[in-house]
Ligand binder design. Structure first.
Ligand SMILES: [Zn+2]
Length: 260
């Protein structure tokens, strides 16, 4: 089933909610045909299987509610199917690459798709533009059977997660991990180990996950992004992020190891 071409129709450029059928799944290209007249623009995601399509809904156009279709946050897709979550993210980022690079920023000519790379190229001056990705770090800090979790002011009520932040120019990933943890919690860390990575297209982050150990300091929220940060033991965990995210994988990994 996952090999069939699907049509990812988005309602905007930032959060990029995606059009779902009444049963919550993504329509095929044929099923999405009825929405063609509402699209501002559309295209193919990649010229290789599964040959998914992307489309951008005309601003102000209303979804035909009789059909039961609705725009759904891509964040709510993963718990059902991580393959669809990933393909929706690729479709969204390819759409952004195309639409934000219609014209060359150097000479103003019309750009086209690069023949080999996922990029746009200017036929006049050769300027090549790749999809923008913003590197970010995310880290599970541990101390004597506890994990450091924070409540971000943008999280749902009661939700806690491992600390994260964007990498700044000139920083290594490890330096970014050390700085972010200290800025957000006043905790110093040591023994930083690479865990894994995950594209997070909201709108264009690339998450690099790490483990680290507490060295010194008492968790203190930064008063800006985080309204609370503290140590949690495994038997009193708060509400944590859904299973597809690397934040949840870091917490699950700690849970598995701390059970030994
Ligand atoms: Zn040019």
């Amino acid at each position: 089933m996952s090999g069939h071409p699907l049509c990812f129709i988005f309602d905007n450029f930032s959060e990029g909610r995606v059009l779902c059928k009444p049963d919550g799944t993504i329509p095929s290209a044929e099923e999405a045909g009825g929405f063609e007249r509402y699209l501002a623009t559309a295209g193919m995601v990649l010229k290789r299987p599964p040959c998914d399509l992307w489309g951008l809904f005309e601003p102000g156009a209303a979804v035909d509610r009789r059909a039961g279709y609705a725009f759904v946050s891509r964040r709510n897709l993963p718990s059902r199917d991580s393959d669809i979550f990933r393909r929706a993210g690729v479709a969204f980022q390819i759409m952004c690459l195309r639409l934000k690079n219609k014209y060359c920023g150097v000479c103003g000519d019309v750009m086209t798709d690069h023949e080999l790379d996922r990029a746009r190229v200017c036929p006049s001056c050769g300027n090549v533009v790749y999809a923008v990705m913003a590197p970010a770090v995310i880290v599970a800090v541990e101390k004597e059977g506890a994990i450091l979790l924070g409540h971000n002011v943008n999280f749902p009520e009661g939700r806690y997660s491992v600390l994260a932040g964007f990498v700044e120019p000139g920083e290594t990933l490890e330096e970014a991990v050390t700085r972010e943890v200290f800025e957000e919690s006043l905790v110093r860390i040591k023994n930083i180990r690479y865990f894994g990575s995950q594209p997070w297209p909201f709108p264009n982050s690339m998450m690099f996950g790490f483990n680290a150990d507490w060295e010194s300091g008492c968790p203190t929220p930064d008063g800006g992004e985080l309204s609370d940060v503290r140590w949690f033991k495994r038997d009193v965990l708060p509400d944590i992020p859904p299973s597809v995210s690397i934040s949840r994988k870091l917490i699950d990994d700690w849970l598995a190891r701390s059970a030994e």
